[in-house]
Ligand binder design. Sequence first.
Ligand SMILES: [Zn+2]
Length: 197
Amino acid sequence: MDKAFLSDRLPYQNHKLTQAEVLEAFATDAKQIIPALISELTNHRKMLVTRIGDAVTLINAESEDEAFRYYWTLWLALNEGEELRALEAKLARHRRMLSVIAGKPTPTGRLTDGAIEAARDYPIQDLLDVTFRRSGNRLVGLCPFHAEKSPSFYVFLNQNKAHCFGCQKSVDSISAYMELNGCDFKAAVLALAGGVV
Ligand SMILES: [Zn+2]
């Protein structure tokens, strides 16, 4: 079939809409809907975290047996943990969409060593929605990457890095930003480095 014939009838066939274009078309609706979805997802996440915490307490109260505790904690991680990860990915996606419709420019430009350094220096604790308690050169709080009831998430202020002794996750400011906003290394550096680029 003649290509011109097709393109007359399917004017958009070669034009893949970007996320920004789609959102622009629905900007007014999206500006109302997305924050509502985010708060709904945040509530759902809170409930799930509470449920997991309660279940862990219950497992520990039920038996002193390490194998019993291990088995049921693993079962929890596989089931509820999966739901939690899916929820967090969804939340990150919605936050990203919101920043697109808020007109925040998609970061562009080349990465320089200076930008990467500046991004790594961005105080990691300011990126995390965690209430910390200070203990010497460290901050201690509840891990933002897994559900827990007693704090095992540490920020090492001298290194500007964080590690969770519960889930063994280690992040610096760039990887924390990537994880929380669902973006890649470059976008994280450009966002964190601000004017340094
Ligand atoms: Zn953790």
